[in-house]
Design a protein around this ligand. Structure first.
Ligand code: TYC
Length: 99
């Protein structure tokens, strides 16, 4: 069993280095390419060229990395993608994975 000192150390380390989460966009057959590029530029702050490259990677390989964030920010990005997609009638989805 871990001692109190070991637990305190672990807590200190996790406060200093919070876990990071990768946010991916997933491919589907219905979302327009232009809408995906728009999402990448507005929610993930990509340039047009970066956004187009990521969109094409998702289109060809089924998923593509949009960014790496702390848990709360990653969760917010995932929610913002579904909200904006729903508002525009697209099924676009983002997921997060611990790095
Ligand atoms: N596959 C979509 C199409 O052909 C484009 C697309 C790309 C959709 C990336 C989702 O995350 C995505 N219109």
């Amino acid at each position: 069993m871990a001692t109190n000192i070991e637990l305190e150390l672990l807590q200190e380390i996790s406060l200093k280095y919070p876990k990071k989460y990768k946010v991916y966009l997933l491919n589907d057959d219905y979302t327009s390419m232009d809408f995906v590029i728009d999402i990448l530029m507005t929610l993930f702050h990509k340039t047009y060229q970066e956004a187009e490259n990521i969109m094409l990677e998702v289109h060809k390989k089924e998923k593509g990395l949009c960014g790496v964030y702390t848990h709360e920010i990653a969760e917010t990005k995932v929610m913002q993608v579904s909200k904006k997609a729903r508002e525009h009638g697209f099924p676009l989805k983002a997921i997060m994975e611990e790095e």
